[in-house]
Design a protein around this ligand. Structure first.
Ligand SMILES: Cc1ncc(COP(=O)(O)O)c(C=O)c1O
Length: 269
């Protein structure tokens, strides 16, 4: 286990690792606690961040009014949950208040599948176990994701509110392998002139699959997805994809089992 003042030295234990968001959070907390004038503010996962991001979905609802339409399916990628909650929660809220209930789909990487394969349990938000415990879908806070290219989705947990929404059956979750999502991202870039971030490619890929399904069944559906970021800083990943250097990663079952065995023991909670 990584200890305080050691999180940033994880490469000594994992020399081939690309790190994880859990480690990045630990490092940031370590820096913050050393300076009494510095505060650390989590940018995802926590509930207030989810609510802050709902401006995305609120704006989307207004835009749909202008277009005189409403989505049948709402899609977002999930790392810590903030862009997904941002676009999805206003539509869930509208549905709970008697409005239409679109299908809401969370899309995560197959190599770090916290919503689709994680445990709904209390866990730490960071690798060095410095944050408070939160109840979420987790692969274990010490889980080190394989070296896939979507940095922003390399996180062991999921926002408690997103986890709760899945538990209540208000949303669905799925996972995608990286070769498929880069192919989708490339197709999207050629069609739209926008290079999506690898994170966003998860939503792009799922939206394209839904559209393809509609084409086959002859259904007409309005699909809304969140293009949560551009890929201008991810050109190396696209270069590697085009050069055939990327690979898919199996779900790392043994590593997840090991990380989950270290979950905090809270009795019957
Ligand atoms: C472009 C982009 N999208 C999505 C994410 C995932 O975060 P979240 O699930 O909190 O939206 C990140 C994280 O760094 C990101 O950079």
């Amino acid at each position: 286990m990584l200890k305080l003042k050691q999180a940033g030295r994880f490469w000594e234990q994992f020399p081939d690792s690309r790190g994880s968001l859990g480690i990045a959070i630990s490092e940031a907390v370590e820096v913050a606690v050393k300076d009494p004038r510095t505060r650390y503010c989590l940018g995802s996962v926590l509930n207030h961040v989810m609510l802050h991001q709902t401006i995305i979905g609120l704006e989307a609802i207004e835009q749909f009014k202008m277009a005189e339409d409403y989505p049948d399916i709402v899609i977002g990628c999930t790392g810590g949950g903030s862009n997904f909650a941002g676009i999805a929660f206003p539509f869930i809220g509208a549905g709970l208040r008697g409005g239409p209930k679109p299908r809401i789909l969370a899309v995560e990487p197959a190599a770090c599948p916290s919503l689709t394969k994680g445990k709904f349990a209390y866990d730490y938000g960071d690798t060095a176990k410095l944050t408070p415990l939160v109840k979420m879908h987790t692969l274990g806070s010490t889980f080190m994701p394989p070296a896939f290219h979507t940095g922003g989705l390399r996180y062991h947990g999921m926002a408690p509110m997103v986890s709760h929404a899945l538990d209540l059956g208000l949303i669905e979750a799925t996972h995608i392998q990286q070769l498929e999502l880069f192919a989708a991202g490339l197709q999207f870039a050629k069609a739209e002139g926008i290079i999506p971030a690898p994170e966003a490619c998860h939503a792009v890929c799922a939206a394209m699959k839904e559209a393809e399904r509609c084409k086959q069944t002859g259904e007409s559906k309005t699909i809304l997805f969140n293009l949560c970021g551009h890929g201008h800083f991810d050109m190396q990943a696209y270069t590697d994809f085009l050069a055939g250097k990327l690979q898919d990663y199996e779900y790392p079952e043994a590593e997840v089992a090991m990380a989950l065995s270290g979950l905090p023991n809270l009795g019957n909670v």
